[in-house]
Write a protein that binds this ligand. Structure first.
Ligand code: CTP
Ligand code: MG
Length: 229
């Protein structure tokens, strides 16, 4: 059973708004992308890592690879493939690169480079359930009251207990997610699970982790810094 991980790192970080894209910023002395490269590199069950980057970020990526000795030495980290304008196009690029390998993986995790603090526990929870399901993803409950606000219309979401926040890595049987992306024409698809739901495959949610936050703004980067401390 071969397992690969696609790390999507091709975004521009518009909401963060820094000159250097957020996945290549330093977080406690290490590039944000290095954190996920490092944890998946150390994980025994992961056979290959497929980074997806923006073609304009090649220099940043080279700096990241050069920043940690094991990165360039490891055969596990495949050469990066270039992403697209939407996240789903970047995922697709990663999937197609893996499909072209002599030995494509049997299952794949898809992870945001913008989530540097993913834990082995969450990765393992996804992997364990992937033997019984086609798609698995980590979620967290909504703790606050949730409101839908459109212009001046306010609607309370009364079913808070059935609303969850999705995280990555999201895990899939490789042929399932490949097919989902091949069939997809809506490139604004929010995440990969949302594509899988359209195929009617078996899906399981597992518990995510509060520290597995996604860096969207400077505030999130600061929070990640304090979590590392
Ligand atoms: N991503 C990607 N290709 C894209 C868009 C996003 O690979 N075209 C990646 C990002 O690099 C990130 C992850 O998907 O690791 C989650 O996306 P998000 O947090 O939205 O990052 P950005 O799209 O870069 O940020 P923004 O939406 O603020 O521009
Ligand atoms: Mg985005």
């Amino acid at each position: 059973m071969k397992t690969a991980v696609i790390i999507v790192a091709a975004g521009k970080g518009v909401r963060f708004g820094s000159e250097v894209p957020k996945q290549f910023l330093l977080l406690k002395g290490m590039f944000v992308l290095s954190y996920s490269l490092k944890i998946f590199l150390a994980h025994q069950a992961i056979h290959s890592i497929q980074p997806v980057i923006n073609d304009k970020h090649s220099k940043f990526y080279e700096d990241t690879l050069g920043s940690i000795k094991n990165f360039r030495k490891s055969k596990k980290i495949l050469s990066p493939t270039f992403g697209g304008d939407e996240r789903s196009l970047s995922v697709k690029s990663g999937l197609f690169a893996l499909a072209k390998l002599k030995e494509p993986p049997d299952q794949v995790l898809i992870h945001d480079a913008a989530r540097p603090l993913v834990s082995k526990k969450v990765i393992d929870r996804v992997l364990q359930n992937l033997s019984n399901y086609d798609a698995v993803f980590p979620v967290l409950p909504m703790v606050d009251t949730v409101w839908k606000i459109e212009k001046s219309r306010y609607e309370l979401m009364r079913d808070r207990d059935s609303l969850f926040r999705a995280q990555t890595p999201q895990g899939f049987k490789f042929p399932v997610i490949l097919e989902a992306h091949q069939k997809n024409t809506n490139y604004l698809a929010f995440d990969d699970i949302s594509l899988a739901t359209k195929l009617g495959v078996s899906i399981k949610h597992v518990e995510g982790c509060e520290t597995n936050l996604k860096i969207t703004t400077l505030q999130d980067l600061k929070r990640a810094e304090s979590l590392i401390e």
